[in-house]
Design a protein around this ligand. Structure first.
Ligand code: SF4
Length: 443
């Protein structure tokens, strides 16, 4: 069958109907779970059923996209609006990696990568991806073959070498958008902005060539406007946890993060966050707590420990501790003021130069101190992520300064976002419980 027809039939026809059915089933399961009392946690979010459907549809589209739509692989912080406006299907290896982590197959992928010669010291997302493209397990049934790779260095330099490896593996073009690091609190200079804007223009030219179509300015403006709306709603979702008790925790935010990363610029992402926000506002009005008897409010720094998200959320809830804010989930929301659909390229340069990982460690400390104040946090857990060095650098000083200068005690928790071999539940339990006890004794 013609790939385009097969795509339409499977994604919009049969597949859409099957996913709607699955969503109804998921909604029923969630409703049943909401009626069952959980000892330490409030009822699960109903929006989880819609999220499941969105993600399933995204990966269903990925399966049938090659040959029917151009496919681009993109780093999580890269300007992607021009690709959405050009009709690309976007695949984010980091999101796929997170899914492998949650489903606990990331270690198996890492082992495939390590057997192929990649170092265990590489980022565990990169190893998960190298394993998945070599036939390792994937909860999505595999990854789509790319036509184009777009890599932005605003999160780390690892992605540059990672994408060079993927480009060699699939023999496809790679576009790199290099972002100067922002040491100054004053933000990017005019030279920084012009440098990034020029690279985005060049990336658009390559993407147009690969997709064999021209980018229409109106389509780009519309996509950027949707991205701005989704980012704004996402930030309001995160701000809902300022309520006491918090209607959701950062663990929910970790799970609902996927659309803002991989569906930014689409109507689906806007609709999802509008519905999630409405649900959270209703829960806050009704006083429904994510953690029953919330006594402690905590910040989180760095990526989640994906394979242990549920375990950690239950452990904290048992002690009445709600994780209410995190630098990681805010990384997309805090950029909302820079997105301007009327000037899509200049605004992309402004926005994509500013992710937290492209700014000095002092700026991250200031952001955490402000979060602790605004979310009334009693303490902070700084995940020292073995394989994400750029996010973990400076945390020893940040923990000390948070406590000394801002009165926010902080725990450094050694783990890895995907590699369970670098994590001990027993050790983590002892350290977290001792930390929570010390916070309770201060209260
Ligand atoms: S090193 Fe960190 S920032 Fe870079 S890809 Fe890995 S997790 Fe992301």
């Amino acid at each position: 069958m013609n790939p385009r027809l097969r795509y339409l039939a499977m994604v919009h026809g049969v597949g859409a109907a099957a996913l709607r059915w699955q969503r109804l089933q998921a909604a029923r399961r969630l409703a049943r779970a909401a009626r069952r009392e959980r000892p330490h946690q409030g009822p699960p979010l109903r929006s989880g059923a819609r999220l499941k459907e969105l993600i399933a549809r995204h990966y269903l589209a990925a399966r049938y996209a090659p040959g029917a739509r151009p496919v681009a692989w993109v780093t999580s912080g890269a300007p992607s609006e021009f690709l959405v406006a050009l009709g690309y299907h976007l695949h984010y290896p980091e999101n796929h990696g997170a899914m492998c982590g949650i489903r606990r197959v990331a270690d198996a992928d890492s082992e495939v990568a390590e057997q192929a010669g990649f170092s265990v010291d590489l980022c565990s997302y990169a190893r998960t991806d190298f394993g998945a493209i070599r036939g390792g397990p994937s909860p999505a049934g595999g990854v789509p073959r790319p036509d184009l790779l777009v890599c932005c260095t605003n999160i780390c330099q690892t992605v540059l070498y990672w994408y060079q490896e993927v480009a060699a593996h699939y023999e496809v073009p790679l576009v790199v958008i290099d972002t100067p690091f922002l040491y100054r609190e004053s933000g990017p200079t005019e030279h920084d902005l012009a440098f990034v804007e020029r690279q985005i223009e060049e990336a658009i030219a390559v993407a147009e060539r690969v997709a064999r179509r021209d980018l229409r300015p109106a389509a780009l403006e519309r996509t950027v406007a949707r991205a701005r709306d989704a980012v704004d709603l996402w930030m309001r979702v995160l701000e809902s946890t300022r309520a006491r008790p918090a209607p959701m925790t950062v663990f929910d935010a970790f799970i609902h993060l996927a659309p803002i990363v991989e569906m930014r610029g689409t109507p689906e992402a806007v609709d999802h966050y509008a519905a999630l926000l409405a649900e959270l506002e209703a829960r806050a009005r009704a006083g429904i707590a994510a953690v029953k008897g919330e006594r402690l409010r905590l910040l989180w720094d760095n990526l989640p420990v994906w394979p242990r998200v549920r375990w950690l959320s239950e452990l904290l809830a048992r002690h009445g501790a709600a994780l209410v804010a995190s630098t990681y989930t805010q990384a997309w929301g805090e950029l909302r003021d820079w997105i301007d659909p009327a000037h899509p390229l200049r605004s992309a340069a402004q926005t994509y130069l500013r992710p937290i990982l492209n700014r000095g460690t002092g700026q991250k400390l200031a952001a955490m101190a402000a979060m602790a104040r605004d979310w009334q946090a009693d303490g902070a857990i700084l995940h020292s992520d073995r394989s994400c060095k750029p996010y973990s650098i400076g945390q020893v000083d940040q923990a000390r300064l948070l406590a000394r200068e801002h009165g926010v005690p902080a725990l450094l928790l050694e783990a890895d976002h995907n590699d369970t071999r670098a994590f001990s539940e027993e050790q983590a339990t002892t350290r977290i419980e001792a930390f929570l006890e010390s916070l309770e004794s201060r209260a």
